[in-house]
Write a protein that binds this ligand. Structure first.
Ligand code: WTA
Length: 636
C-alpha cells in the first residue's frame, strides 16, 4: 500500500526517485497491489523508442471493467458510482450505484453481443453527456470491443471521417441532445454522416429529447427496448494487457485526425494511480470533472480513473452558463463536490461575470481544484484561487495530452507547493526533459526549450490506428530516443515546469486542439477561394482564437465580403464543427512564402497579434511586398 497514496513532499521525492531508478520494480508493485488480474505479466516493460514499441505488463490478462465495477460490488455496491446532473436543473439528478452501473453495463454489453459485436470490433459512440455514454463505453470494454468516442459537437463530415478511419461497425447515438437552452438534432447529424459510411451495420439510438427522428429500417434501433430484454449478467472478455482498449482522435498539424490507440493494462494502472494522488481522492468524496467524455480528460478522469478507485464521479450534461452563470457553483453546493476539475477557458468565461454568481453558493465542500487543457494565465489562476477555492483549496494545474493517456506534470495537492501558471513537478515515473534547437538536452534550471519525455510511462498511446509510421514520425523522430510532446516549456530555479504552449501548427482554442491544415482545407473548398492560412491570436476567454488570411480567386466578379466571411465559417462548421470557426477573416492578395513555397506563419502570427514592429528579416521571402500590404489592411 505504501506508495499508492503520497502524503507529503518528502515522500513524493522518495517515491519519485524510486520510480525513476527502478521503474519496473516500482510499477510492478503498484500493479500487483491495487488491481485485479486474470493472469500475471511475464515482463513489466519492454520498450524501444526507435521502432517505436512500448509494452507494459506483457502477457498479463485482465478486464478493465472488472477493476472499475465488479470488484467494488462486495465493498461499495450501494455507493454512487455516477452522479448524473441533467442540463435542466429542474430535472432530478440520478445517483447510479456501482450495483446499478454494473447491471446496466452488463445488459448493454449483451445487446452489443446480440448484434454481432466481438472482441476487436470498433464501435463509434456519438452521445451527449448522459449516463448511457458511460454505460456504452464500459460495455465495449467489457466485451473487448474498441470504443471510439467522437465528441458530439463534431459535424457529420468529421464524424464520418472518424468512423471510416477505423472501420467502425456500429454507432451508438441519441435522438438529440440538450445544451443549455438549445436542443441539437444528433440523429440527423449521424444520418448525414452514415451516407458515407458503408461499414456501419447497426445504429443504436438512445431516446433523450423525444424529438421525431428518422429510423432507417434494418439499421437503426431504439436502445431501450433491447436493454429491457437483455440478460443482466455478462462475463467479462479476458483481455491481454496490450490489447487495444480504445481509439480517440486528436488533431494533428497536418493531415487527417490521428486515431490514438490506448491499451488495457498500462492505461488502467496509470489513470487510476494519478487520479488517486492528483485529486487526493478519499472514499466518501464527490469528484467532478466538467470535461466531456468525448475528450481524453473525460475518458481518463470522469470514467476510468475514478471508477477504478471506486469513486463517485459527477457527469454533467449541460453548460456553465445555463440557466445562468452560477450553474457550476450551484452543482458544487448541491452535491457537496470535493474535487472540481475544469478548463481555464471556463474559468475565464465565468470570471467575466458578476461575482455574485459565485458568492451565492456554499463552496465549503471543495478541497482540490484542477485545471487542464491549456496554460492557465495568472489572472484566471488568482480568480479561481480567491473566489472558488477561497485560498484554501490547492490548484492542480495538470499538464498532459490525448497521447499521454494520463496526467504527466502536476502538483500533488497538499504536497507540492503551487505557483500560479506552473504545472510544477513531474508526476511519479515521469522523466521530462527540455531540448534545444540542436537536439541537445538542456541541463540545469532557469531554462526554456521543447518538452520531451525520456522514458516510457504505462498509459502512453501505443500507435496511431492504421498508421504506425505517422506515430513514429510525429512523436519519435524530432529527438532521438525521446517522445516529443509538441509543447514548449520553461524550467525555473527550483525545477518547476511551466508549459508555454504549442510549438507546432496546432492551436488550442477554448481547450480544444485544432490543426491549421484541416481548417485551411475546409476553407479552400469554397469555390471563390484560392488559398488560405490560419494562425492563432490571444483571446480573453478562449485563450487563442483563429485568424484566417484568405486569398480570393481572380474571377473578375465582385463579392460581398461579409457574406463571404459567413460562408467561410459555415463551410468550417460543416467540415469540422462550430469550435473551429474563425474570429477574424482578412482577405489578402498573397501570403508571405519562403523560396521553397512554404507559408511563413511566423509573420502572419505577428500580424494577427498586432505586433508588426519586429517581423525579423523578410528579405529572403519569395514575395516580401505582400507583407506590407497585409499589414496595411490588417483587421484591428
Ligand atoms: C495543452 C488534454 C498548459 C498542451 C488533456 C497539450 C496544457 C495539449 C495543459 C493537449 C496545462 C494541456 N498547461 N497546456 N495544464 N494541459 N495543455 O490532447 O499544449 O486535448 O499538448 O489533452 O493541451 O491537449 P489534449
Amino acid at each position: 500500500m505504501s506508495n499508492y497514496h503520497i502524503k507529503n513532499l518528502e515522500e513524493y521525492f522518495q517515491v519519485y526517485r524510486k520510480s525513476v531508478r527502478n521503474p519496473e520494480v516500482f510499477w510492478e508493485e503498484i500493479a500487483e497491489e491495487h488491481f485485479v488480474w486474470r493472469k500475471r505479466w511475464d515482463k513489466v516493460l519492454q520498450w524501444d523508442f526507435t521502432k517505436p514499441e512500448v509494452k507494459w505488463f506483457e502477457n498479463a490478462q485482465l478486464n478493465i471493467t472488472e477493476n472499475c465495477l465488479d470488484r467494488h460490488l462486495s465493498i461499495r455496491g450501494d455507493k454512487t458510482a455516477i452522479l448524473f446532473e441533467p442540463n435542466n436543473p429542474e430535472e432530478e439528478a440520478q445517483h447510479i450505484t456501482y450495483f446499478q452501473l454494473h447491471e446496466r453495463v452488463s445488459k448493454m454489453a449483451n445487446v452489443l453481443k446480440e448484434h454481432g459485436i466481438k472482441k476487436g470490433d470498433r464501435i463509434c459512440i456519438y452521445l451527449p453527456m448522459i449516463p448511457e455514454l458511460a454505460v456504452a463505453v464500459l460495455a465495449c470494454a467489457r466485451i473487448g470491443a474498441i470504443h471510439s468516442v467522437v465528441f458530439a459537437g463534431f459535424s457529420s463530415i468529421a464524424l464520418s471521417t472518424r468512423i471510416n478511419d477505423c472501420d467502425c461497425k456500429m454507432v451508438i447515438t441519441s435522438d438529440g441532445s440538450y445544451r443549455g437552452a438549445k436542443t441539437i438534432d444528433l440523429k440527423g447529424i449521424v444520418d448525414v454522416a452514415l451516407e458515407d459510411c458503408p461499414g456501419i451495420e447497426t445504429t443504436l439510438v438512445v431516446k433523450r429529447t423525444g424529438v421525431k427522428v428518422e429510423m432507417k429500417e434494418g439499421r437503426d434501433k431504439w436502445l431501450q427496448p433491447l436493454l429491457d430484454e437483455a440478460h443482466a449478467d455478462c462475463p467479462v472478455e479476458v483481455m491481454d494487457a496490450e490489447d487495444p482498449l480504445f481509439i480517440l482522435y486528436t488533431s494533428g498539424s497536418t493531415g487527417k485526425p490521428k486515431g490514438m490507440v490506448h491499451t488495457c493494462a498500462g492505461y488502467m494502472v496509470y489513470t487510476a494511480y494519478t487520479f488517486k494522488n492528483i485529486f487526493q481522492y478519499r472514499e466518501n468524496d464527490v469528484y467532478w470533472c466538467t470535461a466531456d467524455v468525448g475528450w481524453i480528460t473525460g475518458h481518463s478522469y470522469i470514467l476510468y480513473g475514478p471508477l477504478a478507485n471506486g469513486a463517485t464521479t459527477v457527469m454533467f450534461e449541460g453548460v456553465p452558463s445555463y440557466p445562468d452563470f452560477g450553474r457550476f457553483w450551484e452543482i458544487v453546493e448541491k452535491h457537496k463536490v470535493n474535487q472540481f476539475y475544469t478548463a481555464p477557458t471556463a474559468i475565464r468565461a465565468l470570471a467575466k461575470e458578476n461575482l455574485s454568481f459565485v458568492e451565492k453558493y456554499d463552496l465549503s465542500s471543495l478541497k482540490v481544484l484542477g485545471s487542464v487543457g491549456e496554460p492557465i494565465n495568472e489572472e484566471a489562476w488568482h480568480w479561481y484561487n480567491n473566489n472558488v477555492g477561497k485560498k484554501k483549496s490547492p490548484i492542480v494545474d495538470t499538464w498532459w495530452q490525448t497521447e499521454t493517456g494520463g496526467i504527466l506534470i502536476s502538483p500533488i495537492p497538499y504536497v507540492t507547493p503551487t505557483t500560479p501558471t506552473y504545472a510544477t513537478l513531474p508526476f511519479i515515473g515521469i522523466q521530462p526533459t527540455l531540448m534545444d534547437e540542436n537536439e541537445k538536452e538542456i541541463a540545469g534550471n532557469q531554462v526554456e526549450g521543447r518538452l520531451c519525455i525520456k522514458f516510457p510511462w504505462p498509459s502512453m498511446a501505443r500507435t496511431i490506428w492504421g498508421n504506425h509510421d505517422r506515430y513514429r514520425d510525429t512523436y519519435f523522430s524530432a529527438y532521438k530516443n525521446k517522445y516529443f510532446t509538441g509543447d514548449g516549456a520553461m524550467r525555473d530555479e527550483v525545477g518547476y515546469y511551466r508549459i508555454t504552449g504549442r510549438v507546432d501548427d496546432v492551436i488550442i482554442v477554448s481547450g480544444h486542439n485544432l490543426g491549421t491544415a484541416p481548417i485551411e482545407d475546409a476553407i479552400n473548398e469554397h469555390p471563390a477561394i484560392a488559398e488560405s492560412a490560419i494562425v492563432g491570436f490571444p483571446h480573453d476567454i478562449k485563450g487563442n482564437a483563429l485568424y484566417g488570411f484568405v486569398i480570393l480567386k481572380e474571377t473578375g466578379q465582385k463579392r460581398d465580403r461579409d457574406n463571404l466571411r459567413k460562408e467561410i465559417n459555415q463551410q468550417i462548421t460543416e467540415q469540422i464543427g462550430p469550435i473551429a470557426k474563425l474570429d477574424k477573416i482578412q482577405f489578402v492578395v498573397g501570403l508571405p512564402k519562403t523560396r521553397s513555397g512554404k507559408i511563413m506563419r511566423r509573420i502572419l502570427r505577428k500580424i494577427a497579434c498586432n505586433d508588426t514592429e519586429n517581423l525579423g528579416d523578410i528579405s529572403t521571402l519569395l514575395n516580401p511586398e505582400v507583407v506590407e500590404s497585409i499589414i496595411k489592411e490588417a483587421l484591428k
